[in-house]
Design a binder for this molecule. Sequence first.
Ligand SMILES: [Zn+2]
Length: 213
Amino acid sequence: MGKEQLRLVLGIIGPIIFSVGIFAPVLSVPFGENMSYFQVAGTAECVIIGVLSGISIALTNMRMYKFLWLTGFASLGVVIYTFVSLQSRVGELGLLGQLTQPTWGWGVFVLGILCVTTAAVLRTEDEIWGEEKQAAVKKEKPTFDPSKMMKKCPQCAEEVKFEAKVCRFCGHAFNADEVNASLEDAKQQFQEDEEARKKSEERLQQIRERRGW
Ligand SMILES: [Zn+2]
């Protein structure tokens, strides 16, 4: 199973598991039946968990896995809230409270939420590849560097630095204004080339995406 499929499965199964948790026994009571989350929590909590489960499945369907963090943690928050308030209510019961115990139902929530958050963290090859490529593009971004450019001296025909105002071979003096003007021209040319390069790269990328490369 690829990461993308695993994500899809976890993003669907996780919410189903934690919404089923509503009906799982979360409290063992002396002299009675175990109580489910549905019985110990308020209606609002159950509805919120149900809605969060639905949103999680919808997000997975839309492949918006990053947002599963939000629904996962929101669900965890609701469950923790119920657990803590239940513990304090049980504490008030005194001796009878000491005989009640939390049961495996809480584990169902934890398992479901774990699936959902795992789906949120898993990155597919495509995403990793995309991020690496973006980083590479940023790093490779060429800058205008006239110190690496050369020009030919009209007098002795030797190659000298583009910025040179005097030829280091024959002492030919270049016109300072002309040197500055041609530097400006070269800079502009560089920027135009750079824009053209970017555009052709974008076109290539669009073609790649269309063909699914
Ligand atoms: Zn020269």
